[in-house]
Ligand binder design. Structure first.
Ligand SMILES: Nc1ncnc2c1ncn2[C@@H]1O[C@H](COP(=O)(O)OP(=O)(O)O)[C@@H](O)[C@H]1O
Ligand SMILES: CC(C)(COP(=O)(O)O)[C@@H](O)C(=O)NCCC(=O)O
Ligand SMILES: [K+]
Length: 262
């Protein structure tokens, strides 16, 4: 079954092999690659990521989305052209043993965060701090019993670059590739200064969250679980024992797929 994670930067695709119960990450399509360039129709890009074999076999997909409506309209119509209908999952107050920490408006929690919580509860049997480094860096605290304690939302690397470009006279047009560095040091030029400053902001938020976890989890042990497109970069700077699960959200979707036809 095709699993779809539609984020604010990219749509990611995975294949759940229902006979082996394995999840294979298929790839990602950045929205910019087709939103501005109509010569690259999304349908063709989808066929590069999802093989014909997979499309013929299963007409039903399952997904979650935090993307803009116009992205979802094009994604749904392109998938429909391939004969694929998506069961888009919504955030719940409680599901599969996880209780949403947004007590007043549970549906406001991003469905990507909710799917990662469901996947983490099934994968990680201890208390967990989930770090999802996407367009925004989200951090969520999940107790071993499945209680979501809440979380943080921090602008991701690209958003911080955009903000510097929009808000200053001298820092326009700097791209992620200009600031591709690892580790933390004092920057001795503008690009280094921005590279190190954005890295420090992201890893600093994670360090603060780890510190807060001691009280969140009342001094019990906890795991730091890292996921998301920027997770690999962050892992190179973060010291300490972290586990990277690039399929946490897909694990959550796979669990929801069991109840699809019920
Ligand atoms: N190949 C890539 N394409 C786009 N963004 C990437 C890539 N590798 C890392 N990133 C970083 O990850 C972020 C996108 O991560 P992802 O989890 O796919 O985002 P989202 O779920 O928010 O769409 C980007 O903002 C960028 O900082
Ligand atoms: C915080 C997010 C933008 C992160 O999305 P992403 O960076 O993965 O594209 C998304 O989870 C969202 O739109 N959340 C809704 C608000 C909330 O979670 O409180
Ligand atoms: K995400």
């Amino acid at each position: 079954m095709l699993l779809i994670d539609a984020g604010n930067t990219r749509s990611k695709f995975a294949w759940w092999n229902t006979s082996t119960d394995e999840i294979e990450i298929l790839g990602a399509i950045s929205h910019q690659s087709w939103l501005n360039d109509l010569s690259q129709p999304l349908k063709d890009l989808l066929l590069e990521v999802v093989s014909g074999r997979q499309i013929e076999r299963e007409q039903q997909a399952i997904g979650c989305s935090v993307a803009a409506v116009q992205v979802m309209d094009t994604l749904n119509s392109s998938l429909a052209e391939l004969g694929i209908k998506v069961a888009w999952q919504k955030t719940q107050a409680e599901q599969l043993g996880v209780v949403n920490g947004y007590r007043t408006q549970p549906e406001r929690l991003g469905s990507d965060r909710w799917m990662a919580l469901l996947g983490c509860h099934e994968q990680v049997k201890t208390n967990a701090l989930i770090v999802d480094a996407g367009t925004a860096l989200t951090l969520d605290w999940l107790s071993a019993k499945g209680q979501h304690l809440g979380g943080w939302i921090v602008p991701g690397r690209q958003l911080m670059l955009n903000a510097l470009g929009q808000g200053t006279a001298n820092l326009k047009g700097i791209t992620i590739d200009d600031i591709e560095r690892d580790g933390l040091a004092a920057g001795t030029n503008t690009f280094d200064g921005i590279a190190q400053g954005t890295e420090a902001a992201l890893t600093g938020a994670i360090a603060q969250a780890i510190h807060l976890s001691e009280s969140c989890f009342s001094q019990e042990p906890f795991e730091v679980v890292v996921t998301g497109g920027d997770g690999e970069h962050l892992m190179r700077t973060l010291s300490g024992k972290f586990r990277r699960y690039d399929d946490l959200l897909f694990k959550g979707l796979r669990l929801c797929a069991d109840n699809l036809n019920s």
